[in-house]
Design a protein around this ligand. Structure first.
Ligand SMILES: [Fe+2]
Length: 197
């Protein structure tokens, strides 16, 4: 099935001054759109390869699907991960799972921020749900490397430079700090309920 760009849950200006409107506009309308387009183009090429019976390009096209498809999926989660009106994580299943998986919320917060900050080059820090409901933090390189199959991301912090460079330049840790303060915990808790049902 073809990918489509999801609706942005807020206007381009909504996250200012944490993330400036120009960054959100470029990030959403250019970068995220490019992953959607790249994924769909790879799907078409894969269908053509299969129709022709020439499978020599399949390995390359699968790599394209992994890169662009994961980029699309993570950006979709990224937009939902933030809100202009953040509230603390309420008591409930997600909070209990964070405490069970990391000891307490403060330890989780430190590990998550560290994971986002130390990604080599371009990538993501994510919180993901294991098949048994346990939570794990990953530092993803590019969009698809260093994560385990079977884990479903519910919170994603994009640390490609296109996410923050206009406002933060090389100060990724400052961007990560502000991202964390803008997390939409209500949305993340809903995602956890859906994944860990
Ligand atoms: Fe991005």
């Amino acid at each position: 099935m073809k990918a489509t760009l999801p609706e942005l849950p807020y206007p381009y200006t909504a996250l200012e001054p944490v993330i400036d409107a120009r960054t959100v506009e470029l990030h959403y309308s250019k970068h995220h759109q490019a992953y959607v387009d790249g994924y769909n183009a790879a799907l078409d090429k894969l269908a053509a390869a299969r129709a022709s019976g020439d499978f020599s390009s399949v390995k390359h096209l699968k790599r394209e699907l992994a890169f662009h498809g994961s980029g699309h999926a993570l950006h979709s989660i990224y937009w939902r991960s933030m809100t202009p009106n953040p509230v603390p994580l309420a008591d409930g299943r997600l909070k209990s799972a964070i405490e069970a998986s990391f000891g307490n919320f403060e330890t989780f917060e430190r590990e998550f921020k560290t994971a986002c900050t130390i990604v080599e080059a371009s990538g993501w820090g994510i919180l993901a749900v294991a098949p048994d409901g346990r939570l794990e933090i990953y530092t993803i390189e590019k969009h698809q490397d260093l994560v385990e199959i079977g884990f479903v991301p519910i919170l994603a912090c994009d640390v490609w430079e296109h996410s923050y460079y206009l406002s933060y330049q090389n100060r990724r840790a400052d961007y990560v700090e502000w991202f964390f303060r803008m997390i939409d915990w209500t949305s993340v808790a809903t995602s956890y309920e859906e994944v860990a049902a």
